[in-house]
Ligand binder design. Structure first.
Ligand SMILES: C[S@@+](CC[C@H](N)C(=O)[O-])C[C@H]1O[C@@H](n2cnc3c(N)ncnc32)[C@H](O)[C@@H]1O
Length: 205
């Protein structure tokens, strides 16, 4: 079987993914065009997010949450830690991490969709959080220095990247020695046929 990267038109895939999440940023509840996935606080509660600190976030900070799982299943980050969120989207996980780590810690969210960044930055400003920033970039080329993070989290994003090894190399680079990652994502137990890999609608839809 050919390498996944040879089969997928990467630029077109990123374009389509941006288009999809631009729609989610503009219409998080799917009121105008229903999404094919769940969003919002009720979805986070179903995935087992802890009531605290979730209850500290306003509705607007949760409504663009479009996740597949709960990277905090084994517990949140500790006070003072540095957390990096890959594909931070509307920012809910990053905001929760910022509440957990407190003023001595810090959080960076990285995303490639400008409308999602706008949304997450405005939520952080609205909550008055000074320990968080959102950077535009690709998780395959993280705009973060070597060894910066104590914890890397990601939720529902690596499945959208054909170069998974490249992403894991980046995670290894940005984690400090002894750091940890907690990733929630879609995993397949069988190889995907080549014609399905070539079909970008199946990646985004
Ligand atoms: C399923 S959403 C998950 C969002 C987020 N984790 C949350 O808290 O809701 C996917 C997000 O990943 C971003 N994304 C997808 N591929 C990316 C990549 N290669 N680099 C950076 N961001 C990416 C999209 O822009 C989108 O905001």
């Amino acid at each position: 079987m050919a390498e996944m990267l040879e089969l997928v038109d990467l630029e077109e895939l990123r374009h389509q993914v941006r288009e999809k999440y631009r729609e989610v940023a503009a219409d998080p509840t799917g009121a105008q065009h229903p999404h094919h996935f769940h969003t919002g606080r009720a979805h986070a509660v179903r995935l087992g997010y802890p009531a605290h600190p979730l209850s500290q976030l306003p509705e607007a900070a949760c409504e663009a949450f479009a996740e597949v799982g709960n990277p905090f299943y084994w517990g949140g980050p500790q006070p003072g830690e540095r957390v990096l969120d890959l594909g931070s989207g509307g920012g809910m996980d990053s905001l929760l991490a910022a509440l957990w780590v407190g003023g001595e810690g810090s959080v960076i969210g990285v995303d490639m969709t400008p409308e999602m960044l706008e949304r997450s930055r405005s939520m952080a400003a609205r909550l008055g959080l000074k320990n968080i920033e959102f950077r535009e970039g690709l998780i395959e080329a993280l705009p973060v220095e070597d060894g910066w993070a104590d914890v890397v989290i990601s939720n529902g994003v690596i499945n959208l990247c054909p170069d998974k090894l490249g992403v894991y190399r980046q995670i290894f680079r940005v984690l400090r020695p002894g750091g940890r990652m907690t990733v929630a994502d879609i995993c397949l137990e069988r190889p995907v046929p080549e014609e399905a890999l070539r079909n970008i609608d199946l990646w985004t839809g």
